[in-house]
Design a protein around this ligand. Structure first.
Ligand code: FAD
Length: 295
C-alpha cells in the first residue's frame, strides 16, 4: 500500500518514523540497532531523508532497501532537487519505482552548506512544486508527500505567501503534507486551519521530535526554525546537569503533545527519532503510542 492509501484506510491514527542515512561507522551502528529495534513499534510507514545532491538513489535508496528487508512494509524515500538535473532525477525515480517503492517525499532541499540561497542546477527544478508536477505527470500512480511549515519556511516572506506556495505543491499533485517539527501544538492547529481556509484539503501529518536534551534542541535549531515553549526551556535548563531528568522532561512534553494532537483529530504522528529506538521505547511514551494505535 502507498502512504496515502494507508492514511485513508487506517482505522486508527498512523504512526510513522523518519530515518536518515548514516555517514560514519558509529552512526551506521546506531542506525542498525535503531532500525532493528523500531520494528517493535510497528510503524505504519517509515521515511528516509536524502542529503544534498541525493535524489532518490545512493544512500537513501540503500537505506530504504535495508529497512524493507527488516520488515517495514511501506518505506518512503525522500528526493530533493539540490544539485541534480531533471534527467538524473528521472533516472533515479525510475530506479526507485523499479525497486518497488510506491511513495516519495518530494522536496526542494536546502542550499549546500556555506551557501545562503538555493540555486537550481542547470535543467533542474527551482521549487518543490515543479518537482511534484513533474513526478505527477510521469508517474500517475506514485504517492507524493510534501513538506509543510507550521511556523513558516525561513525563506518565505510571510505565512500567507508560504501557504500559497504549499497550495501550489498540492495543486500540482501532492497527496499529503508532513510538517516540520513544532513544540507548541497550537501552531499545528492554526496551520491546519490556514491550509483549509486556503483550499488545501489533503491530510497534514504532524512531525514531532521527542526532545531528549537542551543540546539536541540547539543542534536542531541550526537547520530548522521552531519556537521552544518557555516553560519547557526553563525546565530543561534547570535539569541541565541531570541528563535522565532532561530526557524525562522532554518525553513527557512529547506525550502531552501526542495525546492532544490525536484528540484534536490529526491523521497520526510522524516521529523524528533520529535513528534511535530508545526514545520510542521509553515506557510511558510507548504506552502513549500504543494507545494511538488503539492497542
Ligand atoms: P519549497 O516548497 O520549494 O519551498 C521553498 C521556499 O520557496 C519556501 O520559502 C516557499 O515559500 C518558497 N516558494 C515555493 N514556491 C515558490 C514560488 N513559486 N515563488 C517564490 N517562492 C516560492 N531536506 C533535505 O535536504 N532532505 C530531506 O530529506 C528533507 N526532508 C524533509 C522532510 C520534512 C517533513 C520537512 C518539513 C523538511 C525536509 N527537508 C529535507 C528540508 C527542506 O528540504 C527544506 O526546508 C528546504 O529549504 C525547502 O524544501 P521544500 O520542499 O519545502 O521547498
Amino acid at each position: 500500500m502507498t502512504v496515502i492509501q494507508k492514511i485513508n484506510a487506517s482505522a486508527h491514527p498512523l504512526i510513522s518514523v523518519e530515518f536518515f542515512p548514516p555517514k560514519t561507522a558509529a552512526a551506521q551502528e546506531n542506525f542498525n540497532q535503531g532500525a532493528a529495534e523500531l520494528t517493535g513499534l510497528k510503524p505504519d510507514f517509515v521515511s528516509v531523508t536524502c542529503g544534498a545532491g541525493g535524489s532518490a538513489t545512493g544512500p537513501t535508496l540503500d537505506i530504504s532497501k535495508k529497512l524493507r528487508s527488516l520488515g517495514y512494509e511501506t518505506v518512503m524515500p525522500h528526493c530533493t532537487c539540490v544539485g541534480i538535473s531533471r534527467d538524473t532525477l528521472t533516472g533515479s525515480v525510475d530506479e526507485l519505482i523499479a525497486q518497488g517503492f510506491n511513495s516519495v517525499m518530494a522536496l526542494r532541499g536546502d542550499p549546500p552548506r556555506g551557501e545562503k540561497f538555493f540555486k537550481p542546477s542547470k535543467d533542474g527544478f527551482r521549487y518543490a512544486s515543479e518537482l511534484v508536477a513533474f513526478l505527477r505527470g510521469r508517474y500517475p500512480q506514485l504517492c507524493i508527500g510534501v513538506a509543510g511549515y507550521p511556523e513558516k519556511h525561513p525563506e518565505a516572506y510571510n505565512k500567507a505567501e508560504d501557504i500559497r506556495h504549499l497550495k501550489e505543491k498540492v495543486d500540482a499533485g501532492a497527496d499529503f503534507i508532513t510538517t516540520q517539527l513544532f513544540l507548541h501544538n497550537h501552531v499545528y492547529f492554526e496551520f491546519v486551519d490556514r491550509c483549509r481556509s486556503a483550499g488545501i484539503h489533503v491530510p497534514v501529518l504532524p512531525g514531532l521530535l521527542p526532545v531528549i536534551s537542551l543540546e539536541q534542541i540547539n543542534r536542531m535549531r541550526t537547520f530548522c526554525e521552531f519556537h521552544v515553549p518557555e516553560i519547557l526551556l526553563k525546565n530543561l535548563e534547570a535539569a541541565r546537569n541531570d541528563p535522565l531528568k532532561m530526557e524525562r522532561i522532554g518525553l513527557y512534553w512529547a506525550i502531552e503533545q501526542i495525546s492532544e494532537l490525536i484528540e484534536g483529530g490529526t491523521p497520526g504522528v510522524h516521529l523524528y527519532l533520529l535513528n534511535r529506538a530508545k526514545t520510542a521505547f521509553y515506557p510511558e511514551l510507548f504506552a502513549c503510542l500504543s494507545r494511538v494505535r488503539g492497542q
